[in-house]
Design a protein around this ligand. Structure first.
Ligand code: FES
Ligand code: CO
Length: 333
């Protein structure tokens, strides 16, 4: 069984999954997302078991999903409850949509396509984002960003500081400060952690009025997810010892296309959502042409692939982690 299929992946913002079914793609699998009568988010194969029509063309009626073609109705468990052409017929267990496990966390719907076999590993649990539970941080999500790039290329870019002075010049970096001081990389139970990452930034947030040396940590918390933390800028609501966190959530759509979101947990309670989102949109918009230009599109995990330097220590550790974990989707082995 493919490892990726047994992991939880983000597929949509929670608030967009509502009374209208919608289509999404995860690991090449076409899904319909909808919300049942109890308000639970559901993720099924986007194919009606009757004659194969897309269930995402249907509608939600009284908490059940109704197929657009012949009006078969399905309850949240996937069981068909009604076949309008044969009103007296009682559908049995075979008359069931193909369902996947779904849950909601961090403002998103997460889906797992297959149950892990044997004892689940830490990697099989929902990826951690501890900042979410901190009430003194304000949470906002930006995205979706539909990107013509593999999920691991997007995560590797998120972990990369050496591009700040070029891709984000005047924002996250400057051509006058391009050297990356040494930082520490350690393996964790579920991923990789980089600490003591220093970057000189002209404008690292919407409040920054002058350049500053910013210290980051970067943590890969799942194969297609990473979190950065930093001490808040002067000028924002300063809270002792509090670190802001930004998570990069990536849905691997196909091997070479992805959808990404950023989940922000910030000390800034004043700025409207639109301003925080606008900042992330700008930064991601700067990364996008680079990401979509990278060849090969799948991240090479082969020995001696591409040319890492010591500044790329974290990205090298990320590649080794993907390889050791047994990831095959979006990579070249
Ligand atoms: Fe869905 Fe016939 S194909 S009801
Ligand atoms: Co960037």
């Amino acid at each position: 069984m493919q490892l990726e299929r047994t992991l939880w992946h983000p597929v949509a913002l929670s608030h967009v999954v509502g009374s209208q079914p919608r289509a999404a793609t995860l690991l090449g699998e076409e899904l319909v997302l909808w919300r049942d009568g109890e308000g639970r988010a559901r993720a099924w194969d986007d194919q009606c078991p009757h004659r194969g029509a897309r269930l995402s063309l249907g509608r939600v009626q009284q908490g059940q999903l109704e197929c657009a073609y012949h009006g078969w109705r399905f309850e949240g468990s996937g069981q068909c409850t009604h076949v309008p052409a044969v009103p007296d017929f009682e559908p049995g267990p075979r008359h069931c949509a193909r369902t996947f496990a779904a849950q909601e966390a961090y403002g998103m719907v997460w889906v797992r396509l297959d149950e892990p076999e044997g004892d689940p590993l830490p990697i099989h649990e929902l990826p951690l984002f501890p900042a979410e539970a901190e009430p003194r941080l304000r949470k906002t999500t930006s995205g979706p960003y539909f990107v013509q790039a593999s999920a691991p290329r997007i995560i590797e870019n998120f972990l990369d500081m050496a591009h700040f002075g070029y891709v984000h010049e005047g924002w996250l970096g400057s051509r006058d400060h391009t050297a990356i001081p040494p930082y520490e990389v350690t393996r964790t139970e579920r991923g990789v952690l980089a600490t003591g990452c220093l970057a000189w930034q002209p404008r690292s947030s919407i409040h920054a009025e002058s350049g500053a040396q910013v210290e980051y940590t970067y943590e890969v918390t799942a194969p297609y997810m990473a979190v950065l933390t930093k001490v808040p800028e002067a000028g924002t609501t300063a809270i002792d010892g509090m670190r802001e966190a930004i998570a990069m959530f990536v849905c691997p759509v196909t091997e070479e296309t992805s959808v990404a979101w950023t989940r922000m947990a910030m000390t800034d309670f004043e700025s409207p959502d639109a301003r925080l989102i606008d900042f992330q949109d700008t930064i991601f918009g700067q990364d996008r042409p680079i990401l979509e230009s990278q060849r090969p599109k799948r991240l090479p995990l082969t020995p001696n692939a591409e040319l890492p330097t010591v500044a790329d220590r974290m990205s090298s550790a990320y590649r080794r982690y993907l390889k050791d974990s047994g990831i095959t989707f979006g990579v070249i082995l």
